[in-house]
Write a new protein. Structure first.
Length: 423
């Protein structure tokens, strides 16, 4: 079988959950199928190289620029290029002709083009799409407003204009939000039209599935299948003996406001020097202003350490150090790969009670929950774990099983086979 994966960006430069999952699945399937990854490479944007062909960890990759030349697109042109890019669509047609896939499995289309879906369908190639966030429903993919609140609904897309003004760094444009409504309606209609070409959607959590169903997507075409995990990456943690409570807490992920890292830093600052340690792993260059804020808040607290970026191949080492992983997200997480990594490594998770996290982390069974954004709520949980050191062993005993990537890949292959048989 010839399988083409489409994703917004890829390893090794980009190491968030979607990219890591996509590579794990592609690498597993490449053992018995011909696999290629088609992706946007932001490092090529603005240069003179439209396409770069390479191989990463045994997987063939076609990387391309979203735009060429020295002139950066205007904010409004960049907005449109983020979901409809004619140049990329033409290159994708060439890739389809050259590779001739039996199945196209889309992981993410941000900064590529939703038009790739229609072009795939017109070739008669079955389409599978894994949903990783809310990109098809929301322009910023996370349902977050500039003030940090969750966007539960809009008034005919009026709030989308205010959000866009903040994202391009021109907050004064929020007064022109009514004039931007047609742009967001155009995106909405274009996305709906293109998403109709997808034969099967895969949602890792019921929470994410339900959000799409509530937005009008057909429930019968969305299958809930949790992500599998490449356990080989976690060998350092999986093979490490788990002893008694040592007072070690970790955050591993993006240093971004919506991830709630500041909530953890503030809680540990208020906790004081009680023998507990917090180590934060994440790339400080992605959102440098936010990273600077974290350093300022952690100043004078030697029990809080910002460790910098952690390569995905070394996550096991960080988890081998930790007693607890903290996932303090302020947005509707849709799965959280790092939760799976913690569970597989024998590390209970302290998470905010939001989005798909309570679906993954059952309070008192493999982890503990606290109110999103509440420093005091997190403090109460931290103090409990310190005052009840035996709680760690109890929570470890309740950790759920994590599906290995090989097992998960077989379920995905069954979807492919079913579509090909029907055709």
């Amino acid at each position: 079988m010839r399988i083409l994966f489409v994703v917004h960006q890829y390893l090794p430069r980009w190491q968030a959950g979607t990219e890591i999952y996509t590579h794990s699945l592609a690498k597993e399937l490449a053992q018995r199928h011909q696999v290629m990854v088609y992706c946007h490479e932001p490092a090529l944007d603005g240069g003179g190289t439209p396409v770069l062909l390479d191989t990463y960890d045994g997987v063939s990759v076609r990387r391309l620029a979203a735009w060429l030349g020295p002139d950066r697109p205007s904010p409004w042109r960049a907005f449109r290029l983020g979901f409809a890019n004619e140049r990329i669509e033409k290159d994708y047609e060439r890739a389809l002709s050259d590779f001739s896939p039996d199945i196209v499995h889309v992981q993410h289309l941000k900064e590529l083009s939703a038009g790739l879906l229609g072009r795939t369908s017109r070739r008669g190639v079955p389409l599978v799409m894994t949903l990783h966030d809310y990109w098809a429903l929301c322009g910023n993919a996370q349902y977050l407003r500039p003030d940090g609140t969750i966007c539960r609904r809009t008034h005919f897309r009026l709030e989308c204009g205010s959000c866009a003004a903040a994202r391009v760094g021109r907050p004064a444009l929020r007064f022109a939000a009514p004039l931007m409504i047609p742009l967001f309606l155009q995106r909405q209609f274009f996305m709906r039209r293109q998403m109709r070409h997808v034969r099967v959607f895969v949602a890792p959590s019921f929470f994410l599935r339900d959000r799409y169903v509530a937005s009008g997507y057909p429930a019968e075409r969305i299958r809930q299948i949790g992500h599998g995990l490449d356990l080989d990456r976690l060998s350092a943690a999986v093979t490490s003996p788990r002893g008694e409570f040592r007072g070690r807490y970790a955050f591993i992920g993006s240093l971004a406001w919506q991830k709630g890292v500041h909530v953890v830093v503030d809680a540990f600052r208020e906790l004081g020097d009680v023998g507990a340690e917090l180590r934060i792993w994440g790339n400080p260059q992605v959102f440098p202003d936010y990273s600077r804020l974290l350093r300022e808040r952690a100043a004078g607290c030697p029990w809080i350490e910002l460790e910098g970026e952690l390569d995905h191949a070394r996550v096991g080492e960080a988890l081998a150090w930790a007693d607890y992983l903290i996932v303090p997200s302020l947005w509707w997480e849709t799965w959280s790969l790092v939760v799976s990594e913690a569970f597989a490594a024998g590390v209970p998770v302290i998470a905010s009670d939001l989005g798909a996290l309570p679906e993954r982390v059952r309070d008192g069974q493999g982890g503990l929950l606290f109110r999103p954004g509440s420093v005091q709520g997190l403090l109460r949980v931290l103090r409990r774990t310190i005052e009840e050191p035996g709680l760690l062993a109890q929570l470890r005993a309740g950790l759920p099983r994590v599906a290995p990537i090989a097992e998960h890949a077989k379920r995905i292959e069954e979807i492919y086979a079913d579509l090909l048989e029907r055709d």
